[in-house]
Each structure stands twice: as C-alpha cells, then as structure tokens.
Design a protein around this ligand. Structure first.
Ligand SMILES: *[C@@H]1O[C@H](CO)[C@@H](O)[C@H](O)[C@H]1NC(C)=O
Ligand SMILES: *[C@@H]1O[C@H](CO)[C@@H](O)[C@H](O)[C@H]1NC(C)=O
Ligand SMILES: *[C@@H]1O[C@H](CO)[C@@H](O)[C@H](O)[C@H]1NC(C)=O
Length: 289
C-alpha cells in the first residue's frame, strides 16, 4: 500500500492531538479524506483484464467459515505438492517469506498480505458466503471450540494446560489464528463464568429448543453479535479481509480507515467499491447453515 498515504495519515493523527477541538464536521471531513485516499490507492494497479489467469504464486485468502478448509484439503492440496506450499502462515507472526520457491500461500491474513508478496506474479482466490450464514457459523464455531475447554475444572487450569500442550507440540492451534485468537478466549471465559454461576447441581433445567438462546449455558447469539468485539471483527469481517482493512492488517493506515468507516457508516460505500472491484477470482458459495 502507498507509503505517502500512511505518512499522510500519521500527520493527520498528529494534527488531531495538537488541536483537540476539532468540530464534528472537520472530523467527518478528515475521515472522508482518509477513506477516499485509501480507496484511490487501493484501486491502483488493478489490471482488470488478467484476473482469471493463474500466476506463479497463489494466495488463498481464507475467510473464516466459508468452507475454506475443505477447499484447501480437497482441492488445493491435490494441485500443489507439499514442497510447493509456503510455510504455514495462518497468522502474520508466523508468516515467513523466506521460502522463495513456494507457490501456494494459504492464510487467514487479509488482503494486505499481498504487500509482502510479488504482486505482479500473484493471484488471489477467496470464497465468500452469505453474511448471515457466516455470522451464525462464526458463533457456532466459537462455542464449539471454547466448549472443548470445559473438560478442565476451571479457567485457570484450562489456560495452563493448553499452553503447556501447545508449547510441547508446537502445533498451530485455533488460538493462534486470527480471528479465533480473540473470539475463542472471549467465549471460553464466558462459558466458565456461566458454569461457575450455575453451580454444581443445577443441571440445565430449561427444555429450551432454541440453541441460540440457552442463557444458563452459553452466551446467547443476540448478546454475541451485539458485542463490540463482534462489531470489530465479525460483522464486516469478510469485507475488511478482502480489502486488507482487518485489525490484523499489514497496512498502517488500516485502523484509521476502519474506525472512520465504523464511525461514519456512509463512508463504507468506498470500501465496498474497492471490495467489489478487487482483483479477485471469486468462487461464490452459498451454503445453508
Ligand atoms: C483450578 O483447578 C485446579 C486443578 O483441579 C486446582 O488445583 C486449582 O486450585 C483450581 N483453581 C481455582 C482458582 O479454583
Ligand atoms: C458437586 O456435586 C458433588 C456430587 O453431587 C458433590 O460431591 C460436591 O461436593 C459438589 N461440589 C460443589 C462445589 O458444590
Ligand atoms: C483486534 O480486535 C480484538 C477484538 O476486539 C482486540 O482484542 C484486539 O486488541 C484488536 N487488535 C488490534 C491490533 O487492534
């Protein structure tokens, strides 16, 4: 992403601290400038004619809960050898571009990862899913993974045992991977708190059949999706991921742009334009939940 933009944003941030009395109109104008500036630079170099030709390096941008694991194991793995697969790069801390010969990158990282890749030799593929299904599925998976920890007597012991096992095995855990590294611990803490509050003998009395609203066991869906954490990383998660604006971005200006869009939702149209025009070969899947 363009360095001048990052610099401009840094300067803006400074001027805001120096002049704390910005009016809300100024604030809107500042945000609009930041979002538009980003959108203009993001559109550059989009050689639209060449989207469907597979280039040397394929980046599979894995949006959570879109069937990406299946796509990877049942399709990509048949096309690429193990040696062609770049080292596991599920999280930016683990990304290692030192494998010059690899030709397949599979990652939950967002589009800004392309700034680390030879752009003119890279194709990007991703899978989109109906957003409502995706949000339901994100909730279900958060509960499923967090509930595995309930075999432990308490939260402290769950945390200690897990980090011990992971250090030993060096396996990549769901807890290392964005966005699960935020969503699972949050849900896990909540599950333990509810179990503690229930006490020992009150086995769920409720005959509730609505699995999304079993309050004595698990954070209900409506509470989950209204929480600021969900707002930050789930609601527009797929759009932010394919535009490189998640809170896991390599692009320094991402936080400014994202916060501006959240503060002034009408500015979201610029992000959507970039998302729609993005240089992707898109396979759409619409699965039921
Ligand atoms: C948590 O469980 C472990 C293992 O049973 C126990 O040693 C520890 O005292 C418990 N901690 C708390 C805070 O209850
Ligand atoms: C939980 O229930 C078991 C069996 O009913 C009982 O032995 C134990 O003391 C109870 N523990 C607590 C913390 O209430
Ligand atoms: C990303 O979002 C999560 C959840 O809101 C938050 O805990 C985390 O600090 C954020 N990370 C960054 C780099 O902003």
């Amino acid at each position: 992403m363009a360095r001048p933009l990052a610099l401009a944003l840094a300067l803006l941030a400074v001027s805001v601290t120096v002049l704390p009395l910005v009016s809300s109109a100024d604030d809107y104008a500042r945000c609009e400038g930041a979002v538009k500036g980003w959108a203009d630079s993001a559109g550059e170099g989009d050689n639209a004619g060449d989207k469907l030709n597979l280039k040397d390096l394929l980046f599979f941008l894995h949006i959570p809960r879109t069937g990406g694991r299946t796509y990877f194991h049942c399709f990509l793995k048949k096309l690429y050898t193990n040696a062609q697969e770049c080292p596991r790069s599920y999280d930016k801390l683990r990304f290692d571009p030192s494998h010059p010969d690899c030709t397949l990158v599979v990652s939950h990282d967002d589009y800004s990862l392309t700034s680390k890749l030879p752009r003119e030799r890279t194709s990007v593929v991703t899978i989109l899913r109906n957003p409502v299904d995706r949000v339901f599925s994100t909730y279900e998976f958060s509960v499923e993974v967090a509930a595995r920890f309930l075999v432990h007597p308490n939260l402290t012991s769950a945390k200690t045992m897990t980090s011990r096992v992971l250090t030993k095995s060096r396996a990549v855990s769901t807890l290392d991977i964005w966005p699960w590294k935020y969503l699972v611990p949050w849900m896990r803490e909540d599950l333990f708190a509810r179990r503690d509050a229930r006490g020992n003998d009150s086995v769920p009395s409720s005959k509730k059949i609505n699995a999304y609203d079993v309050e004595d066991m698990v954070m209900p869906l409506h509470q989950y999706i209204n929480d600021p954490v969900a707002h930050e990383i789930i609601h527009n998660g797929a759009t932010f991921q394919i535009t490189g604006l998640t809170n896991n971005s390599y692009f320094d200006g991402a936080h400014e742009v994202r916060h501006c869009v959240r503060k002034y939702p009408d500015l979201g149209r610029f992000v959507l334009q970039v998302a729609k025009a993005g240089p992707y070969a898109v396979h759409r899947t619409y699965r039921g939940s």
